[in-house]
Design a protein around this ligand. Structure first.
Ligand code: ADP
Ligand code: ASP
Ligand code: MG
Length: 438
């Protein structure tokens, strides 16, 4: 059974929901993962932010406009009075939960059950639409099988076991509809797979049911060679290997949640990125095979902090790097880029939660300098560190950009540079103009 995932824009209006229904209803059984309608999760985050600042009035005003929007959706989505009533009933239940957060003490974790309401609404409305249209569609509650552990990592054994038993025990359907993004944590509370996490749900499910293919349907025709939100003249990439796609996703390509590729790679399940508004287009196919050599695409990851530790003693002193790395390990903070010189080491982190504690410990070993607001620009392809002249081309393309760090030769797939976030757009555009489109 194939897994199809549709993102926020794909289910973002009544018209688009109908498009998705017609697209999947081809008689072939599938498991369909849906995001919340576009904009909803952002609104729920806003509500959560206001409530945590005790601004109940602003929270209620957003809830009220969201509620109005959804009642209009229900009115337009269904043909019969009976189904409109059922749709309204779904909304009553969901908005009762949302409103319940406006009274009493707002939970410290920001109300993760509040953030889950977008997917719970979109899937319930969509399953009802399919049923009204005469299709054998059934809702599978993700909260019964999607689970993360105490490290916030998906519990793939639990997911596999629970999902397969659920599929065995529920009546047979042609189209199983489930929620992306949402899950339970090790305490059994409602939680999520981080923003954009519906992609990850799709490949985790694909791995759990040994799906022959996972299709991720979105609002663009596939993986582009650069970020279309910042750069003009980007082009679709026809094929990527799992390794290439996972590096691009990890280093900021928004089209895929950073962890999406891993479950597919580990189980060798092809992932296809497709455009909901243009189904005939072949999209981008991600498999174990890289197919072509050379540079495929670039991506950028913001919110990076660079840390430089300069030690007077590093010259010929062994153990220095081990001591430094142990500090990051202790604070469970992963390092993305590293460069070393004889007397200093520079590295980057994307999670500054324990930065002050890390700095305090690092000071034991030398002078520490911090640069915030950095961006990693990652150039990804096949065998790129072996192709003669390629590094020269990359650095010629970036001749006008001040580069803080360079990582080259760590893998055959990737050259990364660290730039100030203010220079990100210029860096990406220069790579498109002088490297990708030349
Ligand atoms: P969905 O809601 O379907 O998950 P997203 O907004 O999360 O959609 O992802 C699709 C968007 O990702 C595109 O509209 C595009 O603006 C952005 N994007 C960023 N980098 C890339 C890239 N390299 N290729 C394609 N799209 C990209
Ligand atoms: N609705 C969630 C979000 O906006 C998950 C997703 O769209 O993938 O982050
Ligand atoms: Mg997304």
């Amino acid at each position: 059974m194939k897994v199809f995932k549709f993102g926020g824009t794909s289910v973002g209006s009544v018209e688009n929901m109908r498009t998705v229904m017609n697209l999947i209803a081809d008689g072939e059984q599938k498991l369909v993962v849906l995001s919340a309608m576009s904009g909803t999760t952002n609104k729920l985050v806003e509500i959560s932010d206001y409530l945590s600042k005790k601004n109940k009035e602003s929270a209620l005003s957003i809830i009220s406009s969201l509620e109005k929007k959804y009642y209009n959706v229900v009115f337009d989505l269904y043909a019969t009075k009976e189904m409109k009533e059922q749709g309204k009933h779904i909304l009553e239940e969901r908005f009762e939960v949302i409103k319940s957060y406006t009274s009493g003490v707002f939970p410290e974790h920001g109300g993760r059950a509040l953030l889950a309401q977008g997917e719970l609404i979109s899937t319930a409305l969509f399953a009802l639409l399919m049923q009204e249209s005469g299709y054998n569609a059934l809702l599978l509650p993700a909260l019964e099988f999607m689970k993360i552990d105490s490290d916030k990592m998906p519990d793939s054994y639990f997911i596999k076991d629970k999902l397969n038993s659920l599929l065995k025990s529920t009546p047979k359907a042609d189209y199983y509809i489930t929620q992306g993004f949402i899950c339970r944590n090790d305490a059994g509370e409602i939680d999520n797979l981080q923003r954009g996490g519906s992609d990850y749900t799709a490949t985790l499910i694909g791995a759990a049911i040994r799906s022959e293919e996972v299709q991720i349907w979105t609002d663009i025709d596939g993986f582009h060679d650069n970020d279309p939100r910042f750069v003009e003249n980007t082009k679709k990439v026809d094929t990527l290997s799992f390794k290439e796609a996972s590096e691009l996703a990890y280093f900021g390509a928004k089209i895929l949640h950073p962890q999406t590729v891993l479950p597919a790679m580990m189980n060798d399940i092809p992932v296809r990125l497709k455009n909901t508004m243009n189904p005939p287009d072949s999209g981008t196919l991600i498999t174990s095979d890289s197919k072509t050599k050379g540079i495929k695409a670039v991506a950028a990851k913001d919110g990076i902090t660079a840390i430089k530790v300069r030690s007077g003693r590093m010259l010929n002193a062994y153990g220095f790097l081990k001591n430094i790395f142990e500090i990051f390990e202790f604070f469970k903070t992963s390092i993305d880029m590293i460069t070393t010189s004889e007397v200093a080491v520079s590295l980057t982190i994307d999670d500054p939660k324990h930065l002050n504690e890390i700095i305090a410990e690092l000071k034991e070993y030398g002078n520490v300098e911090i640069d915030r607001n950095q961006t990693i620009v990652c150039i990804v392809g096949n065998m790129i560190s072996e192709e003669k002249g390629l590094a020269a081309k990359v650095f010629t393309a970036l001749e006008d950009v001040p580069i803080r760090m360079i990582s080259y030769g760590g893998s055959r797939n990737n050259i990364s540079v660290l730039v100030n976030t203010n220079d990100k757009k210029a860096t990406l555009q220069a790579l498109s103009n002088k490297l990708l489109n030349s």
